[in-house]
Design a protein around this ligand. Structure first.
Ligand SMILES: Cc1ncc(COP(=O)(O)O)c(C=O)c1O
Length: 394
């Protein structure tokens, strides 16, 4: 075999989401797009806010020599300054432009962090259910993912995390608001997690970084707040993007910021700038950096997601499903009425409803529904959810 055996293996079991996407495309062709209820993809369908186009036009009008050139691998200083100011107010810890870098989305940022932290065999704790790409990102840099389940309401199971820490643990990735559960970890949970990582580091003579993956920070419901990760521990690395809150996932623009007192700060920042370069990103897209610098504090109209969340929760409640209402992001993660979540997703598919089995997120027995769809799709899916539940009970 000419190709990497590992990649062939990864490709064969890579993604339930991709599988459902392909199924969806086939079904839409066969039955007509309006007759398929596709809740499989977390691809924001809201347009970017109107300020986006204005910013884009301003940036396009700035055409002058050098604007398309290479730059410092960490990004334009002026852009970093604008982003750092907003992060400082969000985190309630002052971060300056030298303590952050612009990246190709949160995905690029997470790869930069993993490359900078991991030696072969180092462990990274991820919390199930998790964003499925984490395992790949960790493996990309020779690390090993250690999976720890969350509690029954998807809150942190601190005792289980504690039990999973070893002298090889380099980091834990915490994603809040969470994909796929919509859970937001509380200030108390995060503070206790920070203390626990600090105590384990002292015991092992190591440093364990808390990596917060926060692309959904601005998409929250019922006035929920996402607590500051920088107040939970000094050894915090924040990764985020504009993919969800400005609906720009295809533009690949995000950032990393570190706590001003993070251990080995200068080495870490230098390693991350180099990683941005040698992973082949080189730097985050120039045009998009200049656009987002003008959009600090601007967000999509998340009241639209809030309205869909309300109607989806009502549809699921009325059709007999068990779920924890999401506090943020745009997913629901209900319990499958039968143990075999893939089988249940097949029953949903018979009703032309596309959902992703929980096993795709490391948590069988559940399924994920993304509400990046028109409200009417949610409303019209009720009958199908009811029939699938009846079929499961037979
Ligand atoms: C939890 C989580 N982290 C990271 C990402 C990647 O985001 P980006 O498009 O900014 O790379 C996603 C995208 O869906 C996500 O759900």
């Amino acid at each position: 075999m000419a190709l990497s055996a590992k990649m062939i293996d990864f490709a064969s079991r890579a993604s339930w989401i991709r599988k459902m996407f392909e199924e969806g495309a086939r079904m839409k062709e066969q039955f007509g797009a309006e007759n398929v209820f596709d809740f499989s993809l977390g691809n924001p369908d809201l347009p970017p806010p109107p300020q986006y186009l204005a910013a884009m036009n301003e940036v396009l009008a700035e055409e002058k020599p050098g604007v398309h050139g290479y730059m410092a691998n960490a990004g334009y200083p002026a852009v970093r300054k604008a982003v750092a100011a907003r992060i400082s107010s969000e985190q309630q810890v002052i971060v300056d432009e030298t303590e952050m870098l612009m990246t190709c989305g949160a995905a690029g940022g997470l790869n930069v962090v993993m490359k900078s932290l991991l030696d072969p065999g180092d462990e990274v704790i991820i919390l199930a259910p998790f964003f499925v790409e984490y395992n790949f990102y960790i493996d990309n840099h020779g690390g090993v993912g250690r999976i720890v389940n969350t509690g029954s309401d998807f809150s942190l199971d601190l005792a289980a995390i504690d039990a999973a820490l070893t002298p090889k643990t380099k980091a834990i990735i915490v994603n809040s608001p969470n994909n796929p559960t919509g859970q937001i970890y509380s200030r108390e949970e995060l503070t206790r997690l920070g203390e626990l990582l600090g105590a384990a580091g002292r015991k092992f003579g190591t440093v364990i970084y808390l990596v917060a993956d926060e692309p959904y920070r601005k998409i929250v419901y019922d006035g929920a707040e996402v607590p500051s990760i920088f107040q939970a521990t000094n050894n915090a690395i924040l990764v985020s993007s504009y993919s969800k809150d400005l609906s720009l996932p295809g533009e690949r623009i995000g950032y990393i910021a570190v706590h001003p007192e993070v251990t080995d700060k200068m080495l870490l920042l230098g390693a991350m700038a180099l990683a941005n370069r040698i992973l082949g990103f080189v730097n985050a897209p120039a045009l998009m950096q200049r656009v987002v610098a003008r959009l600090q504090g601007v967000t999509v109209d998340s009241s639209i997601y809030a309205r869909r969340r309300e109607s989806f929760c009502r549809v699921l409640r009325e059709t007999g499903y068990e779920f924890v209402p999401p506090k943020g992001a745009f997913y629901l993660f209900p319990k499958s009425p039968i143990a075999d979540d893939a089988r249940f997703c097949a029953l949903l598919q018979e009703q032309k409803i596309l959902a992703v089995p929980g096993r795709g997120f490391g948590m069988p027995g559940y399924f994920r529904l993304a509400f990046c769809v028109e409200d009417s799709v949610i409303e019209r899916s009720a009958e199908g959810f009811k029939r699938a539940m009846a079929a499961a009970r037979n």
